[in-house]
Design a protein around this ligand. Structure first.
Ligand code: HEC
Length: 189
């Protein structure tokens, strides 16, 4: 009796190996199947990137980021033209006359203001006046950009201001030179 009991529980080395291998293989097989399933689901949901329309749609979607990435912090600032600044910032009020803003292209709205002179108008646009926010609310605008937008707007209403061309001489070009030397050295290496 004791003998047969011992026989039932005693496994041969082969049996041990088979059960160990089977015990390892079963979960591996399960993992493999799950991975296959996930991959096939992913494949189904893959967007169609081959067609031209799909590529265009992708480009359109990433455009704002692509443009951001292309900004070089060390690149010299390119001052926007008056019209660009006006379209981007000032037009929100000055095209409709919101908050009582003098309207673009309206001689009547601007007649009384132009007499103050270009410099005073620029000063008011930069510092703000009553409902007019400083720099139209965009603190990133440089003085020159604001001045150009003022000229663009005022000229539409009969003024003959000249948009300032070059950056103000307040910022001499000299500080840029050491930076150039550094990049030149880096390039040499
Ligand atoms: C949030 C609305 C708003 C935006 C945006 C705005 N303005 Fe104005 N702006 C006004 C209002 C309102 C006035 C009239 C202020 C007053 O005289 O009471 C005004 C007046 C002015 C005047 C006349 C100031 C004077 O002394 O008579 C200038 C110049 C001007 N804005 C330039 C600009 C420029 C340049 C921009 C864009 C960079 C801009 N504004 C953006 C609302 C705006």
């Amino acid at each position: 009796m004791a003998d047969s009991h011992a026989k039932m529980t005693q496994a041969t080395p082969q049996e041990v190996i088979i059960s160990v291998v089977a015990g390892l293989l079963a979960p591996l097989l399960a993992i493999f199947l799950v991975v296959q399933l996930v991959l096939s689901i992913q494949e189904e949901h893959k967007p169609d990137t081959s067609s031209e329309a799909a590529q265009k749609a992708t480009l359109k979607r990433i455009k704002p980021f692509a443009q951001l990435a292309a900004l070089d912090a060390n690149a010299p600032r390119v001052e926007k033209a008056g019209q660009e600044v006006y379209d981007a910032v000032c037009s929100s009020c000055h095209s409709t006359g919101a908050l009582g803003a003098p309207k673009f292209d309206s001689r009547g709205d601007w007649a009384g203001r132009l007499g103050q002179g270009y410099d005073t108008l620029i000063k008011h646009a930069i510092e703000g006046i009553r409902q007019m926010p400083a720099r139209g609310g965009d603190s990133d605008l440089s003085d020159i950009e604001v001045a150009r937008a003022v000229a663009y707007m005022a000229n539409s209403a009969g003024a003959k201001f000249k948009e300032p061309a070059a950056p103000a001489p307040v910022e001499p070009a000299k500080p840029a030179e050491p930076a150039k030397a550094v990049t030149a050295e880096v390039k040499k290496q």
